[in-house]
Design a protein around this ligand. Sequence first.
Ligand code: SF4
Ligand code: SF4
Length: 139
Amino acid sequence: MMELRFACQPGCTRCCQTRGFVYLTEDDLSRAAAFTGMTREAFEARYVIRFRNVLRFRKPLEGQCHFLTASGCSIHPVKPVQCRVYPFWPELVEDVKAWREEAKRCPGIGKGPLVQIGSAMETASEMKRAYPSFYGDDG
Ligand code: SF4
Ligand code: SF4
C-alpha cells in the first residue's frame, strides 16, 4: 500500500530551481496577469510562450523562472496549477517508485502528516484537467 507523506519545507525553493518548464492554463495566465497589474496581452508577450494549445513561461537567462525571488515565488497566490499541486502530480502519486525517487528532489516528500491517497489522487486529477494534452486526453 502506498503511503504518502508531504510537508513543504519552509524556505525551500528547490522545485522552482529544478530544470524544466512551467506550463500554464488560460486561467493561470489571466490570474497571473491580473495579480501583476498587467493586461493579459502584455503579460503573455513578456512572460509566456504559446504553442498550438500549450502555454509555458519563458525562462530567464539565468535560473528557471522569472517569478522566483530570494523570498520565494512572487506570484504565489496565483501560481500555475503545476506549481500549486506539486508534488501531487499523476506521474508521481500513481507510481510508488517515482514518488520515492522524487524525494531526492523535494525534501518535503516523506515528511509531515499522512496524506489520504484519495485526496492525493483528487489533487492529481486537477493536473489532468489543467493540462489534458500531457495526459492523453486532449480530444
Ligand atoms: S521542493 Fe518540495 S519542499 Fe521544497 S519548495 Fe518544492 S514542494 Fe516545497
Ligand atoms: S511560478 Fe512560482 S512556484 Fe512556479 S516555478 Fe515560478 S517561482 Fe516557482
